[in-house]
Design a protein around this ligand. Structure first.
Ligand SMILES: Nc1ncnc2c1ncn2[C@@H]1O[C@H](COP(=O)(O)OP(=O)(O)OP(=O)(O)O)[C@@H](O)[C@H]1O
Length: 239
């Protein structure tokens, strides 16, 4: 690994992991691998972190196959090369979400989360790691504000007491631009095909474009929003 990666992203991942107590000794972590750049970068980052850490933790990848004919061979090779086991779980989620009257994106993410938890329970993983990054967190913040009238975003570390599973997001302080850069530099593996029919036609995509416009006016809006999520002035909230 290049030494300057510490400054580029690894220190930010360390900060998130420590601040939100994401990884402890002997953790057994299931890493959600979608086939996209974010989760590929997440896997790469966790491998680097483990190599440079005093902590001893296991990482196993899992891909929930939605039925959109995805080709995972690059990812399979990458996992083999790095001695990471990869579980591929076939599902009919792709069919189910378009045969329902519910919003397909909402349903898909719910069913995917359900499948991830089931696998974690079955194979005794105590943590599930997801590739959400700071740009995702800000987009979710805007989605909640504009479409739901709610203030907030997803949490860095959530604990499900009933299942005794933590969902961790080690990339919350890394932005999408940095991820794209490292994916390119390291030629990290990406899946081929497997494109969802509503890809790029979602409200999230709309928020992505809005954020790009806002960044033209206020270049540090992304880091400011992350700061705001951690700097809540409860005295001035109306609850
Ligand atoms: N089919 C899947 N199988 C396993 N994990 C998944 C799957 N889809 C998503 N995830 C996990 O959930 C995270 C957020 O999912 P989302 O669909 O928002 O992906 P994304 O932000 O486009 O990320 P990526 O670039 O990895 O596709 C991913 O980074 C990954 O960790």
């Amino acid at each position: 690994m290049k030494k300057w990666y510490n400054k580029l992203f690894l220190n930010s991942v360390r900060k998130a992991v420590e601040k939100f107590n994401m990884i402890e000794d002997n953790d057994n972590i299931l890493v959600g691998i979608s086939g996209g750049k974010d989760s590929s970068f997440l896997l790469y980052t966790l491998i680097q972190l483990r190599q440079a850490s005093y902590l001893n933790f296991n990482i196993t990848g899992v891909h929930i196959d939605l039925g959109f004919k995805i080709n995972l061979s690059e990812i399979e090779n990458f996992c083999k090369k790095n001695n990471v086991e990869l579980i591929v779980e076939k599902t009919d989620i792709g069919n189910r979400i378009f045969n329902s009257d519910k919003n397909p994106c909402y349903l898909c993410s719910k069913l995917k989360r359900g499948a991830l938890s089931r696998i974690a329970l079955k194979y005794k993983f105590n943590k599930i790691a997801l590739g959400h990054h700071s740009t995702d967190a800000v987009e979710t913040f805007l989605l909640n504000l504009i479409y739901t009238g709610k203030l907030g975003s997803f949490k860095p570390n959530t604990y499900n007491e009933e299942k005794n599973i933590h969902v961790i997001r080690p990339l919350i302080y890394v932005n999408e631009e940095t991820i794209e850069k490292v994916v390119e530099l390291e030629q990290l593996p990406l899946a081929a095909g497997g494109i969802c029919p509503v890809d790029k036609k979602t409200k999230r995509e709309e928020m992505k474009q809005l954020l790009t416009q806002l960044k033209n006016l206020y270049p540090d809006i992304e880091s400011k929003t992350i700061k705001a999520l951690e700097n809540i002035d409860t005295n001035n909230l109306w609850n």
